[in-house]
Write a protein that binds this ligand. Structure first.
Ligand SMILES: *Cc1c(COP(=O)(O)O)cnc(C)c1O
Ligand code: SF4
Length: 345
C-alpha cells in the first residue's frame, strides 16, 4: 500500500463525497496544494462517516477554493523574517531551520500550505551550509527549530549530519524538531533514525503534531514510545480545527492520549488565516471557552497553551482565556468551575 497522491486514487478508495466527485472545483483545490495520505492515516478513516475527522484533515474539499478577503498567502509573515534561504529568524534567541518542504501527508489546513509540497525544493548542500553559517555567526541563537516540511522526511544519514553540524556550534543549547511523522508514518522512526537524533552536547526536544486521539494508532504509539525510550523529551502541538477537534470531549481525549504516550501538550494553535481554510476556522471566543472547559476537566500535565500567531510576523502569544476580572479594590479570580473569588491587589 502506497501513499495516495491523486484525486483519482482518493476516488478509487471511496474518499470523495463531492458531487460530481471529480469536478473542476475539486481539481482546483487539488492544484492549489499537493495531496498525500499515508497508508497509516488511510487505515484510520471511517468511510461510512462523512464527517470523519481524519479524512477531513487530508482529503481536499471544494471549500478550499473559497478564499476570504482577510486570508493571507503568508499568514504568519515568515517571508519578511527570512534572512537566508531556509531560516526564519523572528525571536532573537531562536530560529527556524527548514531543510526541506516535503511532508508525509499534506494537511489541508496547513499554515504553510503555499510553501509545502513535492515541487518545493529542499535546500541544496550549499544553501544548508549557508543556513548553518548564519546560525554559527550569531551567538544569540540558543535554539534551532527544525521544521519544514517535515524534517523527518530527511534520510537518517542526512539528519545525523545536520544534527552533528548544529551540535558543533557551542552557543546552540537546544535543537528542537517539529514533525508529524511518528503519527502519520510511524515506520520511519527506525533505530537508525533514533541514532541520528543523538547530539553529543546540545539537548534535543521533539514536538509531534497531532490533532485527534484517533491519530494515535498502535503503530504511532509504538513510535512515540521508541522516541521516549531513547530519552527524547516529547511535546505535543495541536491545531484547533472546526469539524476535527472543536469539541471539549475530543480535546480532552486527545490531551489524555498524548500524556499517556509521554507527550506533554505544548501548544493548541488557533488556526491561522490561511487562504482557503475558512471551513476549518473556529472563533477565538470558542477556543477560549474550550480551554476553560479543559481547565476544569484535565490535569495540569495535560493542558496546552492556547496560542495565536499574530498575522504579519509578530510571533505567537497566548490568547487566554483569562481568569482575572477587574474591580477597583480587589482582583476577581475565576476558578476552573466558574466560581468567582476576590483576591487583594
Ligand atoms: C513558532 C515559531 C518559533 C517557536 O516559538 P515557541 O513559542 O518558542 O515555540 C520560533 N520562530 C518562529 C519564526 C516561529 O514561527
Ligand atoms: S505535516 Fe505540517 S508542514 Fe506538512 S502539511 Fe501538515 S501541517 Fe503542513
Amino acid at each position: 500500500m502506497q501513499t495516495l497522491r491523486t484525486l483519482k486514487a482518493l476516488h478509487r478508495e471511496g474518499l470523495l463525497s463531492a458531487d460530481p466527485p471529480l469536478g473542476p472545483r475539486l481539481a482546483e483545490a487539488a492544484d492549489a496544494m499537493a495531496i498525500a495520505i499515508t497508508p497509516e492515516m488511510l487505515g484510520l478513516i471511517d468511510r461510512t462517516d462523512p464527517a470523519d475527522p481524519i479524512a477531513r484533515q487530508f482529503v481536499p474539499s471544494v471549500a478550499e477554493t473559497e478564499i476570504a478577503a482577510d486570508e493571507l498567502s503568508d499568514p504568519i509573515g515568515d517571508e519578511a523574517r527570512s534572512p537566508v534561504k531556509g531560516i526564519v529568524h523572528r525571536y532573537p534567541d531562536r530560529v527556524l531551520l527548514k531543510p526541506l518542504h516535503v511532508c508525509p501527508v499534506y494537511c489541508r489546513f496547513c499554515f504553510r500550505r503555499e510553501k509545502v509540497g513535492p515541487g518545493g525544493e529542499a535546500l541544496s548542500a550549499a544553501e544548508l551550509d549557508a543556513a548553518i553559517a548564519y546560525i554559527e555567526a550569531r551567538p544569540e541563537i540558543w535554539e534551532v527549530i527544525l521544521t519544514g516540511g517535515d524534517p523527518l522526511m530527511l534520510a537518517p544519514r542526512r539528519m545525523a549530519k545536520l544534527i552533528a553540524a548544529l551540535d558543533a556550534i557551542d552557543h546552540v543549547g537546544v535543537i528542537r524538531i517539529h514533525s508529524r511523522v511518528p503519527i502519520v508514518d510511524p515506520s520511519r522512526v527506525t533505530d537508525e533514525f533514533l541514532a541520528a537524533l543523538k547530539p553529543q552536547r546540545a539537548a534535543l526536544w521533539f514536538a509531534v503534531h497531532c490533532n485527534h486521539a484517533r491519530e494515535l494508532s498502535v503503530a504511532a504509539r509504538a513510535a512515540l514510545a521508541r522516541l521516549a525510550d531513547a530519552g527524547i523529551p516529547l511535546m505535543g502541538q495541536t491545531v484547533l480545527l472546526a469539524g476535527v477537534n472543536d469539541a471539549v470531549e475530543t480535546l480532552e481525549a486527545l490531551m489524555r492520549a498524548l500524556v499517556r504516550c509521554r507527550v506533554k501538550p505544548y501548544y493548541l494553535h488557533h488556526p491561522d488565516l490561511v487562504r482557503g481554510t475558512g471551513h476549518f476556522r473556529v472563533s477565538i471566543e470558542r477556543g477560549q471557552a474550550l480551554m476553560k472547559a479543559l481547565r476544569g476537566r484535565l490535569s495540569g500535565l495535560a493542558q496546552p497553551t492556547y496560542v495565536l500567531d499574530v498575522p504579519g510576523g509578530h510571533g505567537k502569544v497566548p490568547i487566554g482565556p483569562g481568569y482575572l476580572g477587574d474591580d477597583p479594590d480587589a482582583l476577581l479570580v475565576e476558578d476552573a468551575f466558574g466560581g468567582r473569588h476576590r483576591y487583594p491587589r
